[in-house]
Design a protein around this ligand. Sequence first.
Ligand SMILES: Nc1nc2c(ncn2[C@@H]2O[C@H](COP(=O)(O)OP(=O)(O)OP(=O)(O)O)[C@@H](O)[C@H]2O)c(=O)[nH]1
Length: 228
Amino acid sequence: MGKERISNGTDTMPPNGYIRRQASRQVSAELFDISCKVMLIGDSGVGKTCILVRFKDGAFLSGSFISTVGIDFRNKVVDVDGTKVKLQIWDTAGQERFRSVTHAYYRDAHALLLLYDVTNKASFDNIRAWLGEINEYAQEDVVIMLLGNKSDMGGERVIRIEDGERLAKEYGVAFMETSAKLGTNVDLAFMAVARDLKMKKTRKPTDPKFNVADYVNQEKKTGGCCSS
Ligand SMILES: Nc1nc2c(ncn2[C@@H]2O[C@H](COP(=O)(O)OP(=O)(O)OP(=O)(O)O)[C@@H](O)[C@H]2O)c(=O)[nH]1
């Protein structure tokens, strides 16, 4: 499984299996203290693969759209206040025909990054259905982060930031707009997940509970660790 070409493009496109080969090459000599599984989900074309590549490689996959086939993953180890957290990031296919494959992976996910495209109303309208699937297949305490991607495409935007905020509030999940193209808030989304895991593993009963949505809002306000 990997990426398949669904439109004619240029030589700038990565070859099929790009993500999978990259993943297997880095079977990790990197040391880590704790690890977790993060899944990227959402409609086809919202930018899941681009978000992953931006976070992992600091690059943007431009050129023609190549749709993910099935599921793929890559690892990245990040430092949260001296604790090495390995994020195993699963990039799923948004296309309907792969849904039954991806559902099977929800169960042991620590966090789900649920994406829509701010220039695509259908992808936003489908978020409720995605949340229904999460409810059905994921663990009860899974961290959910709603990401309105392609925030760089101002002129073509059809979903306002307030719409995303309202929906996230209704479901009690963290929210931010991102741009895989510019890198906006991409690190913040993954670092918030890593921090949540670290807090869950190291928290003493007397410590206050860590709330990922509050953390994200605070970081957004202050410019925080990693927004750009
Ligand atoms: N302008 C802009 N384009 C983006 C951004 N993120 C992704 N794209 C473009 O959107 C298209 C789809 O991106 P992908 O990352 O392949 O989408 P996906 O969600 O992985 O799609 P599936 O694999 O079919 O589920 C590509 O042409 C990307 O270049 C972004 O932040 N800004």
